[in-house]
Design a protein around this ligand. Structure first.
Ligand code: NDP
Ligand code: NHF
Length: 443
């Protein structure tokens, strides 16, 4: 974010906060502790819990009694719930919510909080579908509370320096970017291929038999809005469920949340105009291990149109395959009119290196983050902006899901963001918004 954009965001966040501000913001007292509800306390939730433990943890919720028990050891006074819908029957117990459940329940656990004007930290990807991302983004804007999606790399120094280099024109105008990750989890053509890719599980189809449900797990609640099926060890725990379309969206939305964040920020991406994807034959149940997608974005202010490529598993950009750039396992490559910039989470290099040998990078100007969780806590108390607020994270999540929508539809999609439809592919509607299980309704 450049200075102009940073100030604009601060101003709009401040304006939003003034309207219907939650109790904790009214005092703007940094010494006052937040009361936080933790929804999903195992897996990533355990780490998020530790990261917000400077505050009062007043509510713990998990569908798994064992996780609940473990989390309550360090927070014995917190009220315990199995079903997050019951958490929202006690709104006086908390000011803010941390959601770290599985992808398919993010929106369901988040929306009531926003409607009650509670601050929310939600794990990536923000939601399970494009439509849900839009619902949550709109609700967050309406609520005017502090929000943050759990893409913690965004708070690091490296992404800041890359954004500054792109913004100050180190490689000239950028009309092409490529993002790749080597992780190949998902559908493989054979068990041997899955083993070679060090995948966690191998399955060709949805199992019909039931494994023994782990002690303490409420499987029906875990399924939530997803279609019913018997419990199976092939789904549980994370990250096994990530590859099943009913619960996650594979690597595109999982690692895409972290990696596509960088071009999204640096190139000020918003809505793609078209999206096209390629990969193995489409599987009804499981996301592909390897695939690629290409997005076309139009002009954004004075920034030229740009195409962004995504490659996962064995797929790589042409420049990588031809050995014209360092062959990093994961990377983000910006191709500018004057040169290229290659980055990963923690380092970056300007290319060709010999031509940039004497290059002086700009003085850092994007403020250092307090830390991804600390930034959110500070925002809850003061109304200061967060960098991965749901306004931003909603757009990033929509775009990532659209890569999968294009893959599953098998067509180049012409995207109309207003109507949230691919104008040339009504058959893609089913992947943009899905049917929920009986008894579950988002809005
Ligand atoms: N930012 C990052 O670097 C990372 C982010 N993540 C993200 O965190 C989220 C969770 O992933 P992960 O920890 O791997 O998943 P897990 O399935 O391991 O953990 C999810 C936790 O939430 C609980 N849970 C599941 N459903 C519900 C529900 N409906 N209500 C309350 N609790 C529930 C789970 O219980 P149970 O154990 O019974 O399933 C478990 O404690 C995902 O969105 C993932 O993408 C994950 C890893 C790293
Ligand atoms: O960065 C990450 C590392 O892998 C996890 C899965 O195990 C991801 O979900 C996470 O976002």
């Amino acid at each position: 974010m450049n200075r102009r954009r940073f100030l604009a965001t601060s101003a709009s966040a401040a304006a939003a906060i003034g309207f219907g501000a939650p109790a904790i913001v009214r005092g703007t007292n940094l010494n006052e502790k937040l009361n936080i509800a933790i929804i999903g306390s195992g897996g990533r939730g355990g780490s998020n819990l530790r990261n917000v433990s400077s505050e009062n943890i007043t509510v713990l919720c998990d569908v798994n009694e064992q996780n609940l028990f473990r989390a309550s050891q360090s927070h014995p006074k917190a009220k315990k719930f199995k079903d997050f819908r019951e958490v929202y029957d006690h709104p006086d117990q908390f000011d803010a919510v941390v959601v770290s459940t599985c992808e398919h329940t993010h929106a369901f656990a988040t929306l009531p909080a926003l409607q009650m004007k509670k601050h929310v930290y939600c794990e990536k990807p923000l939601t399970h579908s494009v439509w849900e991302a839009r619902v949550i983004r709109d609700a967050a804007r309406e609520a005017g509370v502090a929000t943050q999606m759990g893409t913690q790399i965004h708070a690091g120094e490296n992404y800041r320096r890359v954004v500054e280099l792109i913004e100050t024109g180190a490689i000239g105008p950028v009309q092409e970017a490529h993002v790749w990750v080597s992780r190949a989890w998902g559908w493989h053509p054979s068990e041997e291929a899955a083993r070679a890719a060090k995948d966690l599980v191998y399955s060709e189809k949805r199992p019909s038999h039931s494994d023994e449900i782990p002690k303490g797990l409420d499987w029906d609640l875990w399924l939530g809005p997803a279609p019913e099926r018997p419990f199976n060890n092939i789904y549980f725990p994370g990250p096994k469920w990530y590859r099943w379309w009913d619960f996650g969206n594979g690597t595109m939305s999982d690692l895409g949340s972290h990696w596509i964040d960088l071009p999204f920020w640096a190139l000020k991406l918003d809505y793609p105009l078209t999206i096209e994807a390629a990969g193995p034959p489409i599987q009804k149940e499981i996301a592909p291990a390897s695939m690629q997608a290409v997005y076309e974005y139009g002009q954004r202010g004075d920034l030229p149109p740009v195409t962004v490529g995504w490659y996962q598993g064995t797929n790589k950009p042409k420049l990588w395959e031809e050995g014209k750039i360092p062959q990093w396992g994961n990377g983000v490559l910006f191709v500018g009119e004057k040169g290229m910039l290659l980055s990963d989470y923690s380092k970056h290099v300007l290319l060709p290196e010999n031509e940039y040998a004497d290059f002086k990078p700009p003085e850092p100007y994007i403020p250092k983050s307090l830390g991804h969780h600390a930034e959110w806590i500070h925002a809850c108390k003061t109304g200061a902006p967060t960098t991965c607020n749901f306004e931003y994270a909603g757009l990033l999540t929509e775009a990532n899901h659209l890569g999968n929508v294009a893959y599953r539809t098998g067509k180049k999609l012409h995207w109309d963001t207003q109507t949230m439809r691919a104008t040339n592919a009504p058959e893609s509607d089913q992947y943009i918004r899905r049917e929920y299980r009986k008894g579950w309704k988002l809005i």
